[in-house]
Structures are given as C-alpha cells and as structure tokens.
Design a protein around this ligand. Structure first.
Ligand code: 5GP
Length: 191
C-alpha cells in the first residue's frame, strides 16, 4: 500500500518541529521530507538533514528543472519540497510529513487532493510572540515580520483537515503521535 502524504503547517512559532520530531520518533511508518532552502543555516543545523541549503541560483535551477512538489518565498527566503524523495517514500509504503508554510501547503492540497492537511498552532498569539522572541537567532525586525505573517496564518486553519493546539508540549506531542498513528493506519478515509 502506498503511504500517505501529510502536510503539517501553521504559523511560525507554533512548535511544529517539536511535535513532528516526537511523531517521527514514535511512529516508524513515518518519514520526513527534507526541504531545500536559500536561508542561511542556523547554529547546529546540518546540511542534508535539517535542510538542503542552496544558493538562490541553485534553487532557481531546481525550479526550472521541475524538481519541486511545491515551493514558496517566505520571509525573504525560498523554501521547497524536492519531489523525488517524497515519491520514493510513498511508493515504498512510508507516509511522508512535509513541514511547510501556508502557501506551499495550499499548492500541495491543489496538486495532491488526497494529502492529509494538519494545522498546528499555539494557544494564543501572545504565546506565538514569546516563542518567536525566545528563539533569539533572529533580529527583532525578523521576529516582527514573522509575527505579522503568523497573525494572517492563524486564519487559515479552516482549510485543514485536523488541528493540533500546542498549549502544553507533552500533551500536544501525544496528540500529534495519536493523530499520525490514525492517519498512517487509516488508509484512504483517515484524511
Ligand atoms: P524556518 O526558516 O523557521 O526553518 O522555516 C520558515 C518556514 O518555512 C516554516 O513555516 C517552515 O514550515 C517553512 N518551510 C520549511 N520548508 C519548507 C518547504 O519546503 N516549503 C515551504 N513552502 N515551506 C517550508
């Protein structure tokens, strides 16, 4: 059986990565799609594992070569999902998580209507700001830019099949794990 394509999206600062990490550790049928980006690596990020770090020229070449399932510009950088790895995982029966922002999520939904759409958000906007500020790898201007985007993005939750509210980390991780198990095991109708 083919795996399922799972899109996890939601405002920056909602804690998507933490919840996805928990799900990947707990659900062996899941694989993670490593995105390509033109953003500079943050401290500790590993090329090929966290992202495939490309120059803008390289990224644009990949676009021309049709290598992306979706791509988008976000906060001044390009991000995209290389399609081939995703296809290989799905073919082999693994389900694949894409952790992507909203414009990309919408593209995937259009191109792959059977994708399962999962929205992750913080319980309040105050909490979102705290998390974005706490990251401290970005200057205040970048935080403000992301905050403005995050405000708009919360509106989008209605376009999704499922929502995980990240209020308390342990609980939200468990919610995400339960949801992923259900999607992976549920066949076509789970989404
Ligand atoms: P960050 O720079 O904080 O790692 O990511 C910024 C945003 O880009 C996050 O919302 C993240 O989910 C999103 N993102 C990461 N990879 C991709 C991708 O391949 N495509 C799209 N459209 N967004 C991505």
């Amino acid at each position: 059986m083919r795996g399922r394509l799972i899109v996890v999206s939601g405002p920056s600062g909602a804690g998507k990565s933490t919840l996805i990490r928990a799900a990947l550790a707990a659900v062996p049928e899941l694989a993670y799609s490593v995105s390509a980006t033109t953003r500079k690596p943050r401290a500790g990020e590993v090329d090929g594992k966290d992202y495939i770090f490309l120059t803008r020229e390289e990224f644009e070449r990949w676009i021309e070569e049709g290598r992306f399932l979706e791509w988008a510009e976000y906060s001044g950088n390009l991000y995209g999902t290389p399609e081939r790895r995703v296809e290989e995982f799905l073919e082999s029966g693994r389900s694949v998580i894409l952790e992507i922002e909203l414009q990309g999520a919408r593209q995937v939904k259009k191109r792959r209507p059977d994708a399962v759409m999962v929205f992750v958000r913080a319980p309040t906007l105050e909490e979102t700001r705290k998390r974005l500020t706490g990251r401290a790898t970005e200057d205040s201007e970048a935080v403000e830019r992301r905050m403005t985007t995050a405000l708009k993005e919360v509106e989008a939750r209605k376009e999704f099949d499922y929502e995980v509210v990240n209020a308390e980390r342990e609980q939200a991780s468990q919610d995400m794990i339960d949801l992923m198990r259900k999607i992976v095991k549920g066949g076509k109708d789970a989404g």
